[in-house]
Design a protein around this ligand. Structure first.
Ligand code: TRP
Length: 333
């Protein structure tokens, strides 16, 4: 058997996924699962660092599982599991904590930001969030970690812990690096002409995978336009370029070419363009929404997924941890 590279990533269970998550992350996972040995994990323990109230956790975990699977993540191909189901995570996190220095942790951008937002809950778990993340990755001795730019610093820290561990106790871990296919850099602009689709900002400008058909239509029809260009082949204002960009994600080439042509000829009717985009979005999103909703109504299926995923993850974790304990000298007989 050829040795496959190991891929690991974590997904925060923060509720509803949107089109930006699909094109930015999930599509990547779906591709990776066919080429590598993949571990995809719902980071429920990480969420405790900022959300000690666990009332919504179960629903959020189920939703994130269902929506990712509906988008094509295949629990038969990848190990898809919950962080809290793999107890070895906590053990490795403990050992790595001895290799992580307070001064470094305090300098982490995400820590400073979260501490600023919640000055009353600056707990040690929040401070060592990157250590827990390193444990997630190193538990499988993964080398490729599909994540966005905002996670680069955490990966850098994981590499630091790898080097300290290997130097002190012997070579156990490879250095993990961020991994993305180029297609991942595709932009998913928000519908109000400012920035990207995002969970926290304007909900009307973001298309969620759970939006029903009429909501999708309503949101798309609200997108900002103007009276149209008055000079042939003029440059598109940002908010119009964004509508074209969204069309590129879900519409066929002929449709895009038609509206490009109409724009250049100054005959474009933005109302028609948005109607077309709305229908193409509905075509794209509604099967995903339907699949996810079927799974959410079938909790025993989700349980099966989690059990199977945890079993695969534990197997890989157990192998790593016995190497770790041995190299650390935690074996007395
Ligand atoms: N911190 C990551 C985020 O905020 C989630 C995460 C947890 C993660 N553990 C991970 C990502 C391990 C990659 C690898 O999105």
């Amino acid at each position: 058997m050829i040795d496959k590279k190991i891929v690991m990533s974590g997904i925060r269970p923060t509720g509803f996924l949107h089109l930006g998550n699909y094109f930015g992350a999930i599509r990547n996972y779906v591709k990776l699962q066919n080429e590598f040995e993949c571990y995809f994990m719902v980071a429920d323990l990480h969420s405790l660092t900022t959300h000690p109230d666990t009332k919504e956790l179960k629903g959020n975990v189920h939703r994130v599982l269902a929506e990712n699977i509906a988008c094509g993540l295949d629990p038969e191909k990848a190990a898809f599991y919950c962080q809290s189901h793999v107890y070895e995570t906590g053990e490795l996190y403990l050992y790595l904590n001895m290799l992580a220095y307070k001064g470094e942790l305090e300098k982490t951008v995400t820590f400073k930001e979260k501490a600023r937002l919640s000055p009353d809950n600056i707990n040690a778990g929040l401070l060592t969030y990157p250590v827990l993340q390193a444990a997630d990755i190193l538990l499988h001795r993964a080398t490729y970690v599909p994540v966005g730019k905002d996670q680069e610093q955490h990966l850098e820290m994981a590499r630091t812990y790898v080097n300290r561990f290997n130097h002190r106790y012997g070579e156990v871990f490879p250095e993990p690096v961020a991994f993305n296919y180029n297609l991942d850099l595709i932009k998913v602009p928000s519908l109000d002409g400012t920035g990207k689709m995002s969970k926290s900002e304007n909900q009307m400008a973001t298309l969620y995978l759970a939006d029903d058909d009429d909501t999708i239509r309503k949101k798309v029809m609200k997108a900002k336009t103007d009276a149209g260009p008055t000079e042939k082949n003029s440059e598109k204002p940002d908010y119009i370029a964004n509508i074209f960009q969204l069309m590129k994600l879900v519409s066929i080439e002929e449709v895009i070419a038609k509206f490009e042509h109409d724009f250049n000829e100054c005959t474009i009717r933005y109302g028609d363009m948005k109607k077309q985009l709305a229908e193409d979005m509905v075509q794209f999103i509604s099967p995903i929404r339907q699949k996810a909703s079927d799974m959410l109504n079938n909790p025993s299926y989700l349980q099966e997924v989690m059990e199977k995923g945890a079993e695969k993850a534990r197997k890989s974790a157990a192998a790593t941890m016995s190497l770790v304990r041995e190299s650390m000298g935690l074996k007395y007989f």
